[in-house]
Design a protein around this ligand. Sequence first.
Ligand SMILES: [Cu+2]
Length: 315
Amino acid sequence: MNVPTRLGVYAAGLAVLFGGAFVAGSAVIPDSTVASWTKTAQENSMDHTSTTQASAGTGSVRGLSLEQDGYLLGDVAAPDVVGKAGVLSFQVRDGDGDPLTAYTPSHDRDLHFIVVRSDGTQFRHVHPALGSDGTWSIPWTWTAAGTYRVFADFVPAGRDASGAPDVTLTRTIGVAGDFVPAPATHTSTTAQVDGFTVALHGDLHAGTMSGLTVEITHDGKPVTTLQPYLGAFGHLVALRAGDLAYLHVHPEGEEPAEGDLSGPKIGFMADVPTAGRYLLYLDFQVDGQVHTATFVVDAAPDAAGDAGTSAHPGA
Ligand SMILES: [Cu+2]
């Protein structure tokens, strides 16, 4: 027997041994034992992080990776230079590497696609169309050069809708052209957009649910004709300044029916994991037009940080 053949037989023997051990292991070891191993491993890792005070532990930080729960955001094709009209397209891949074609609607849509430049400007929240092969696409033109983050936010079909079923995947895209970075952000809780004035009331506190209210006026008069948009009277995206982590924000109140109108206030609950700066983007709809108001807010370290840090503009 020559050497390569003997190696080949040896490798085959190993494969059988490992294969046998794997099958025997999963047959003999009860799930409860595996669960307790997993629990122990988590406790160990918590012991480790607690010594470094690493985390507020809300588990709400998403959108920092192109992979989550086995789902993967594939390459994003888009025009590579500012001002050139084209198509933006991508696929989400499942654990087998196949394009994901079945989704569960969340906030009225199968997939929400958020685009923002790394300095927090140039925000867009769009809804591409899904092709039968699992390719999402939308006509696309960049209006400013720079490095962008894109987020695909969706719920895969068949996932338990309780808890936190959303998957948020992210990628970075570069757009050629003259790049002018935005000046450093300052906190701002009043936004002017398309003739509307939008005021943000409430404070963010790290590690707890914070209530926020936006109030919309036009020419000084309260706007009471807000239309349902994405299953609520407004849709709020919150990103952490610095790493653009994508945070969970829930609209308050029942889901409105078509034809319902509301205003001038919309309530939200936001769960921010750390103190520091957050970028908030509110989409709201009046007369069939969607408008986006942007805010910059600093979160206090924790709920005990109430005294002296609150700012209620106009309230
Ligand atoms: Cu959306």
